[in-house]
Ligand binder design. Structure first.
Ligand code: NAD
Length: 258
């Protein structure tokens, strides 16, 4: 079997949090193109249902929509129950849901700080832990978390200390889980995207004026597209990445090099 065939995900069962739109939707699409069945997990159930229906129609795989808040342990438990009752197993988890708030540190309330940390860091812990429990029992699996280049640099000019701290936490959480579960065949990696054109960036009125500035700073002179994160995630989800665990993949058009 050639390398491209070996990278296919036929029959694998995958959940994607924040899968209704943006990076999650794009990566879920790639998983389906590679043959996997997916659960689209999102707070926005209406959009998740639309995405799941589109994936089923276009790719002839099974896609289900699940409403869950990744910060709520009961939602995460019931997400796992629904996935196991629909698919019978879980091979890959893409723990990707996240938000950003741009607020100067000195003005940030406790609630604002906590919301970002809860979704971006605790949400990844809860969903990766829930996936890990199933995978450890099954004898293996692959978990992919979404960090950010903001885990490596301090973005300017927007003030986003809670986001940067949450994403740095995701990288160290990823490495910790990878080490704890390495001998039990559960691999844990993360991706650190640079600026990617999604609702999070393109549709935020406060960020709109900054896009030209970011593009001028970027060695490639532009933002990334969600589909430019697809192949790394397909690689991490599949069996050809069997020696890859505890790694962080920076996909940022060299933004963090300067
Ligand atoms: P997006 O806003 O387009 O999509 C995020 C999705 O997550 C939405 O569908 C939203 O409903 C869902 N979501 C939010 N909170 C949730 C919760 N508590 N429970 C379940 N679902 C929830 O964002 P995106 O740009 O696709 O970002 C996806 C991930 O990539 C995030 O973790 C983000 O921090 C990260 N990231 C984005 C960029 C970028 O430039 N867009 C760069 C680096 C990292």
């Amino acid at each position: 079997m050639g390398i491209i065939e070996k990278m296919r995900l036929d029959g694998k069962k995958i959940f994607v949090t924040g899968g209704a739109r943006g990076i999650g939707k794009s990566v879920a699409t790639a998983f389906c193109e590679a043959g996997a069945d997916v659960a689209i997990v999102d707070l926005d159930f209406e959009e998740a249902e639309k995405t799941a229906a589109e994936l089923e129609k276009n790719h002839g795989i099974q896609a289900i929509a699940i409403k869950a808040d990744v910060t709520n342990p009961e939602d995460v438990d019931s997400m796992i129950t629904k996935i196991l009752s629909a698919f019978g197993r879980l091979d890959v988890a893409f723990c990707n849901a996240g938000i950003c708030m741009n607020i100067p540190a000195e003005d940030m309330t406790y609630e604002q700080w906590k919301k970002v940390i809860d979704i971006n860091l605790t949400g990844v812990f809860l969903t990766a832990q829930a996936a890990g429990k199933v995978m450890l029992k099954q004898g293996g699996g692959s978990i992919i978390n979404t960090a950010s280049m903001s885990a490596h640099i301090v973005n300017v000019p927007q003030p986003q200390c809670s986001y940067n701290a949450s994403k740095a936490g995701v990288i160290q959480l990823t490495k910790s889980l990878a080490v704890e579960w390495a001998t039990r065949n559960v691999r844990v990696n993360c991706i650190s995207p640079g600026y990617i054109g999604t609702e999070l960036t393109l549709n935020s009125p406060s960020l709109q004026p900054l896009i030209e500035q970011w593009n001028q700073m970027a060695p490639l002179g532009r933002m990334g597209r969600p589909e430019e994160l697809q192949s790394i995630c397909v690689y991490l989800a599949g069996d050809t990445s069997s020696f890859t665990t505890g790694a962080d993949f920076v996909v940022d058009g060299a933004f963090t090099c300067i």
